[in-house]
Each structure stands twice: as C-alpha cells, then as structure tokens.
Design a binder for this molecule. Structure first.
Ligand SMILES: O=P(O)(O)OC[C@H]1O[C@H](OP(=O)(O)OP(=O)(O)O)[C@H](O)[C@@H]1O
Ligand SMILES: Oc1ncnc2c1N=NC2
Ligand SMILES: [Mg+2]
Ligand SMILES: [Mg+2]
Length: 205
C-alpha cells in the first residue's frame, strides 16, 4: 500500500518553530510530522478508503486509546468524500475496543484486551480497523485473531503510522499514512505512559 516514507536520516523540525507545551519540551527531541501534514495525508487515505468501499456499508472499529484521533479525522474526511457524491454515500457504524500493552517506550508483549464481548455484531460486516501505529505488530496480531472469531465478511486495516523496526512482525496494513524510522513518537493520541496529548507527531527523547 502507498505510504509516505520518512527515511532514517529524516530529521523532523526544531521544536522552536512550533507551539509545543513548555512542560513537554525537555522530553521531546523534534517535531517529526506537523499536524497539517498529518491532516493532508488523512484526506488522501479517506479518498482511497471511500473508493475501495464503493457502496458497501462498513463497520469502523477503533483501537483505543491511540486510535481515537485518527478515527475521528479519517471518518470526517470519508464523510466529506461522500458529501460531493451523495448518491455514493454508505452507512457505517463505529465501535471501540481497548488494547493495552505498552509501558514506557516498549511493548510488554502482554496485550490486555477490554471491550471484546461487544463485537458479535461484526458478523458478516466489512470491518475497517482504525489504529494509530503498528510497531512490533503484536497488538494487531491479537486483534485480528479476535476479529476472525466474529466471522466478518471482510477485514481491512488502516494505520496512520507503521514503524520500520527489526522487531516488526512484518504485518502490512491495507492503508498506511506514514512509514517512520524506529523512534518513539508521541502526540496525535500517541502517548508515553498516558502523557503527550497534542496535535502534531513528536519524537520522544
Ligand atoms: O505494534 P505494537 O508494538 O503492538 O504497538 C502498537 C500499539 O501500541 C500502542 O498502544 P498502547 O498499548 O500504548 O495502548 P494505547 O493505545 O492506549 O496507548 C499503539 O496505540 C498501538 O495500539
Ligand atoms: O512510537 C510509539 N509511540 C507511542 N506508542 C507506541 C509507539 N510504538 N508502539 C506503540
Ligand atoms: Mg494502542
Ligand atoms: Mg500508548
């Protein structure tokens, strides 16, 4: 799938060129992807998803907590695509599942799952999984196993980020915003121990 690739020597932007909350400055190295670039990329992902879905209704499944901003922006932009051709618009549902496995900047390898019992309605549905990042791939592996049990009609995965890392399982989502170097990023709902809510994507020290 098409993606914006940030090379390993991509430096990002100095913090001083942007409005970064002062109390976060010491823990941040750079602004990796400014929020405007994130939004422009999501706009194109929305057009790609809308084109592939055609007139098929779908069930969006947001992976909490990191996926919530990407879900909101992606669905808003998908709706805009349909607004211009209202005869093509399709109904979609939105649901949430909570998967937690990170402590500090690494995966504990133990993916805790909350909210799985409410997924039976996914049977025979076209499911669009919406995730913020795929790093080792452990979270997505657990989720796809859970989804298979619900007997969906189809499953597609949209991830805003995919990390280029040796510890990756190699899982390739159907829609990817950016392929990034092996650095820990925060912002745009990606957290470090529940900190760093902000709009752009920043590199954590
Ligand atoms: O591919 P992986 O190595 O599994 O990492 C990716 C997952 O880890 C993070 O979730 P986290 O466990 O931090 O929970 P959160 O979404 O609530 O932050 C992130 O939001 C992805 O869901
Ligand atoms: O870079 C990251 N930033 C935040 N959360 C996660 C990351 N990689 N896997 C989970
Ligand atoms: Mg997550
Ligand atoms: Mg997290």
């Amino acid at each position: 799938s098409a993606k914006v690739e940030l090379s390993d020597d991509y430096k990002g932007y100095e913090l001083e060129y942007f409005c970064v909350p002062r109390h976060y400055e010491d823990s941040l190295e750079c602004v990796l992807i400014p929020s405007g670039l994130i939004q422009d990329r999501i706009e194109r992902l929305a057009r790609d998803v809308a084109a592939d879905l055609g007139r098929e209704p779908f069930a969006a499944l947001c992976v909490l907590k990191g996926g919530y901003k990407f879900l909101a922006d992606l669905l808003e932009k998908i709706k805009q695509c349909y607004r211009f051709s209202s005869e093509n618009s399709v109904p979609f549902s939105v649901d949430f599942i909570r998967l937690q496995s990170y402590k500090d900047d690494h995966s504990t390898g133990d993916v805790k799952v909350l909210g799985v019992d409410g997924l039976s309605f996914l049977q025979n549905k076209n499911v669009l999984v919406v995730e913020d990042i795929i790093d080792t791939g452990k979270t997505m592996k657990v989720l796809l196993e859970i989804l298979e049990k619900q007997k969906p009609k189809s499953v597609k995965v949209a991830s805003l980020f995919v990390k280029r890392t040796s510890s990756s399982s190699g899982l390739r989502p159907d829609y990817v915003g950016f392929e990034i170097p092996d650095r820990f990023i925060v912002g745009y709902a990606l957290d470090y121990n529940e900190y760093f809510p902000c709009e752009s994507c920043l590199c954590h020290q």
